[in-house]
Write a new protein. Structure first.
Lengths: 358, 167
């Protein structure tokens, strides 16, 4: 009964929405999240739930695949580092509120040491430990060796390496040119651009949350919700034919999901206007073109007027508009996901004649 | 000539030695480069022929036929007396969809694109229908499938000559 409810609620629509809500809530109530008590409590809660879930044979069979073990390690590391940074930031925020220096700025913490041997020894030691860990891992969990590659056959489900499963989940909502080239390119360019866009010296060398709310929330949203969370969906909740399966649901290859995806042009011309699609490509896709123009050009002045004026003054024109463009590019993914879930929308702009689909 | 002339080179000799040296070095480097270039190409290519004989038209029942899928990557589809050869490459990202007879659809295992038996995409992210290959009859009445020529639905090519045969 509970398991069925969990299966139902972990469908991408509910779980993604719940994840975004919890993310927002935990940044809103950083005064609770950023305490040791909360961190320990949450850890115990997660371990108890995980222990209960693992007792289910179906869930255990998915989670114990050799390919999926790195993701459990990843979850533990992401959980730890995110909470630890928020905790440190909250401690410093309290100190700054009391008029003290951040913990990293106190005289005893500003003492300098030599990179050699202090840092280099630590690095050497970490390198040796990592090598030992990888060797032991390679001995215990064999890499799956399959038959020779066959260009006319694909395994079912065909899954990317674990670190790319977020990207593969992204591809469900986009054309390969968008989710395979443009958006990953924007991610890489955007990450490279961060030090050039972000010229705010606050938070340099010390943890803080309050002084950098927008920057931290924006980055963590892209990282946790749009990358880490999508990896979880792609790994644990996608079975044969890339159909959604709940965590306790048997991967039945014949699960039928009614899904009939249509393009924006079909929604407008066929459903609303009751006519056939126009022959002219540009007339057919006029609503998609309008949407793209409004989204990437028309919305920017509105955003700037409502939220961006102080950022624009502080950052300068080029930095500000680059940032807004990157944020809009990032927001395309959740937008497209919700459009797919609510309107079964396939493409906003569909021009397969030119291999151009958004 | 004195002893000195034998032990040391004059300017002209030095340059001719230099030229011989560089030419030798350049030839050796070019030879190595060509070896590496050659190494990039496989010695034997196990590729199925781009065209093949697919039996006679009356061998095929109505619906999707999978006999040429392994090996040639072609589904033969027959409906209303019309026979077509369908590519088995998903138009989304090039995976190989599976034919599900029970659900009567093709379903891609990579991102969940779904196609009707005639190759029209209806679910998942696939932007366009499965491509069709050139199909014709030879003088003995056997089917010839030619994969070098594709017919795309969105370009309105499914009704031109060569995209189908009537049986």
């Amino acid at each position: 009964m509970i398991k069925e409810a969990i299966n139902y609620l972990s469908s991408p629509l509910y779980s993604f929405t719940a994840f975004i809500f919890l993310f927002w809530l935990s940044l809103k109530r950083i005064d609770i999240v950023g305490t040791k008590k909360f961190g320990l409590g949450l850890l115990i809660f997660i371990l108890v739930i995980f222990g209960w879930m693992i007792s289910d044979p179906v869930f255990f069979s998915v989670i114990s695949l050799p390919d999926n073990i790195p993701i459990i390690i990843l979850n533990a590391l992401v959980f730890w580092s995110t909470w630890f940074a928020l905790y440190k930031g909250h401690q410093n925020d309290l100190r700054i509120e009391r008029g003290e220096q951040p913990l990293e700025g106190t005289p005893e913490n500003r003492e300098k040491v030599w990179a050699w041997p202090n840092l280099v020894y630590t690095e050497l030691f970490c390198g040796i430990l990592c090598t030992v860990f990888l060797i032991v891992w390679a001995i215990f969990f064999k890499a799956p060796l399959e038959e020779p590659a066959n260009p006319t056959w694909a395994p079912n489900p065909a899954k990317a390496p674990w670190y790319f499963l977020g990207l593969q989940e992204m591809l469900v909502y986009f054309d390969p040119w968008m989710a395979g080239v443009v958006l990953p390119g924007l991610i890489i360019v955007g990450l490279i651009a961060i030090p050039f866009i972000d010229i705010n010296p606050k938070g340099n060398g010390y943890f803080t949350f309050k002084e950098r709310k927008f920057a931290i929330a924006g980055f963590l949203f892209g990282w946790l919700a749009l990358w880490i969370f999508l990896i979880q969906i792609g790994t644990f909740l996608r079975g044969p034919n890339w159909t959604f399966y709940g965590p306790f649901e048997y991967w039945d290859a014949h699960k039928v999901v009614a899904e009939n995806n249509i393009n924006l042009s079909e929604i407008f011309w066929i459903k609303l206007f009751n006519t056939s699609l126009p022959k002219n490509i540009f007339l057919r896709e006029i609503f998609g073109i309008i949407f793209v123009l409004v989204y990437f050009v028309g919305v920017i002045p509105l955003i700037t007027k409502k939220w961006g004026q102080s950022y624009l003054e502080r950052m300068g024109t080029i930095r500000y508009y680059t940032m807004v463009f990157l944020l809009l590019g990032m927001a395309l993914l959740p937008l497209k996901m919700y459009l797919r879930w609510f309107l079964t929308l396939k493409y906003i702009l569909a021009m397969p004649e030119f291999e151009l689909n958004l | 000539m004195s002893e000195e002339a034998k032990t040391s080179l004059n300017r002209r000799e030095f340059f001719s030695f230099l030229a011989v040296g560089w030419i030798t070095f350049g030839a050796a480097a070019a030879g190595f480069a060509s070896l590496i270039f050659r190494f990039l190409y496989p010695n034997v290519v196990f590729e199925p022929a781009m065209d093949f004989v697919a039996g006679s038209p009356d061998e095929y029942p109505d619906g999707v036929d999978e006999r040429w899928k392994n090996g040639f990557g072609v589904w033969i589809y027959k409906k209303d007396g019309r026979l077509v050869a369908m590519s088995n490459i998903c138009t989304h990202l090039g995976c190989i969809p599976t034919w599900l007879p029970a659900e009567s659809k093709f379903k891609c295992p990579c991102h969940g694109s779904g196609y009707y038996p005639n190759g029209i995409n209806f679910e998942g992210p696939a932007p366009r229908p499965l491509e069709r290959y050139k199909i014709s009859l030879n003088s003995e009445g056997k089917i010839i499938v030619d994969k070098t020529k594709v017919f795309r639905y969105e370009k309105g090519e499914w009704n031109i000559d060569g995209a189908y045969i009537d049986v």
